[in-house]
Design a protein around this ligand. Structure first.
Ligand SMILES: Cc1ncc(COP(=O)(O)O)c(C=O)c1O
Ligand SMILES: N[C@@H](CCCC[NH3+])C(=O)O
Length: 453
């Protein structure tokens, strides 16, 4: 019943003839003994390959239509100093969404010019940190922020701040309402939809940026959602943004230099699911932007994209130890085996938040026992504390078994909490038979240190 190797596991995951799984050449028993469980395990080679694959795919496809492109790794998916360094070494830039992410990227040595700062409610401190670092782009998200940023620059003096205006194109894409970001009724961006005879909020914002000499209108930004498996939304949104750019040029004579098409490229979470193919999507989007620019009679801008999940998601897995095992009879007479692990919703909130589906396997041994219908649950005081809703596990699953959940590299550690005062797990990188801690495990002492008594 093992599906290893292959998606949704990272490329460095293998199962030996004895049934023991290894990642990047390190066996799960060694990982558990050396770092404890639960632990996030990140396959460095896999992550680097995905970063390069996205960069090459987009550079090649966009070069074919005569446009340049930059790939920004979306740090919100998971950011640590090492990861920021790896992606930068692979030729990516880094998109940050807070002062914390910005500080980590800077510590990794990523030059300010290769960083972007996002956020619908950036603080003055965050804006100042971005200006101090000389970030290549601040993506503004509201009229209020445009004035606030311009006033800050005015007080400090110096060069105009490079700004992109985040717009919402009305395209509704992505895996769940909470991770879809370009429909109108949500907090991000400025809408392209206008009342009869009035400017849209997007146009109003761009005019507001142009009116402030402290700001340089670098371009337009659009992000339509996350975990997108149907690529058509990217093309529709790209056309809408290029149309807006042409409209602004007609109106003001300013044809902005850059267009960012955001992230959102979907990955496989379950065996049998197919991730978006970077080569395919890059070709399709490049063709549609080239066609749109030629219809509009405008030169192509420089493009950028911001994949996060597609780079780090498949490179990660979470290693747990099984604790209690409890068969529960369901109303329809079936039996579901509840398998409790030593983590849960504090290390992976996605099942509870989005109803996200994951896969799991026993990875420390081989079993010939008949598979049973199982649900993997955490140790929190919450019945919705589910890690994997439904999976077939060997009927002899028992306390002490090592269990791994694939594709947890994105939005696992980065959305982790201390619910029930659990200490957050470490992030351990594996490569060429060796493991290294990127983010150490929290301890109860860390938690106590925050409590002022
Ligand atoms: C503005 C922006 N860029 C990039 C991303 C990264 O998305 P993903 O991890 O789905 O590629 C997000 C998150 O959805 C985002 O909000
Ligand atoms: N956190 C989300 C996606 C990111 C949304 C950010 N705009 C997830 O786990 O899928």
């Amino acid at each position: 019943m093992s599906t290893i190797p292959g998606e949704p596991w990272s490329r460095g995951v293998a199962r030996s003839s004895e049934g023991v799984v290894s990642v990047g050449g390190v066996d799960v028993h060694a990982l558990a003994a050396g770092h404890g469980t639960p632990a996030y395990v990140l396959d460095e080679a896999d992550l680097r390959e995905r970063a390069t694959a996205y960069r090459r795919a987009f550079e090649t496809a966009f070069a074919e239509v005569g446009a340049g492109v930059d790939v920004y790794y979306a740090g919100k998916a998971f950011l640590s100093v090492a990861v920021a360094r790896w992606v930068h070494e692979e030729g990516l830039r880094v998109d940050t969404a807070s002062g914390g992410e910005l500080a980590v990227a800077l510590r990794a040595g990523v030059p300010g010019a290769h960083l972007g700062l996002h956020g619908n409610n950036k603080s003055d401190d965050e804006l100042v940190a971005a200006l101090d670092a000389g970030v290549g782009r601040i993506i503004v998200d509201s009229l209020v922020e445009i004035d606030r940023l311009a006033d800050l620059v005015k007080r400090r003096g110096g060069d105009p701040a490079p700004v992109m205006v985040r717009v919402t194109t009305g395209v509704h894409a992505g895996g769940h309402e909470y991770i879809s970001t370009a429909h109108e009724d949500q907090k991000f961006g400025l809408s392209l939809a206008a009342d009869e005879g009035a400017d849209s909020p997007a146009v109003t914002a761009m005019l507001a940026v142009l009116a402030r000499p402290e700001l340089h209108l670098l371009g337009i930004h659009s992000h339509i959602g996350s975990q997108i498996l149907d690529p058509s939304g990217f093309e529709v949104a790209a056309r809408a943004v290029l149309t807006l750019r042409a409209h602004l040029a007609e109106r003001t004579g300013v044809l902005v230099d850059e267009v960012d098409l955001g992230g959102g490229y979907g990955i496989a979470y379950l065996p049998g699911e197919v991730a978006l193919d970077p080569d395919r999507i890059a070709k399709d989007v490049a063709a549609s932007v080239a066609a749109a620019a030629s219809e509009l009679g405008t030169a192509l801008p420089r493009f950028s994209i911001e994949p996060g999940r597609a780079i780090v998601g498949p490179a990660g897995l979470t290693l747990y130890t099984v604790g209690t095992v409890k068969p529960v009879r369901l109303d329809d007479g079936r039996v579901r085996t509840y398998v409790s692990v030593d983590g849960g919703m504090s290390d992976n909130i996605r099942p509870a938040l989005y109803g996200a589906q994951y896969h799991a396997e026993i990875v420390g041994r081989v079993s010939t026992a008949e598979p049973v219908l199982a649900r993997v649950v955490g140790k929190h005081c919450e019945s919705g504390d589910i890690v994997v809703h439904e999976v077939r596990l060997p009927g002899d699953v028992r306390a002490g078994d090592l269990l791994a959940v694939p594709a947890t590299g994105a939005y696992g550690r980065s959305m982790a909490s201390n619910y029930n005062l659990l200490a957050r797990p470490p992030v351990v990188a594996v490569r060429d038979g060796a493991s290294r801690v990127l983010v150490r495990r929290e301890t109860v002492d860390d938690l106590l240190a925050l409590d002022e008594g």
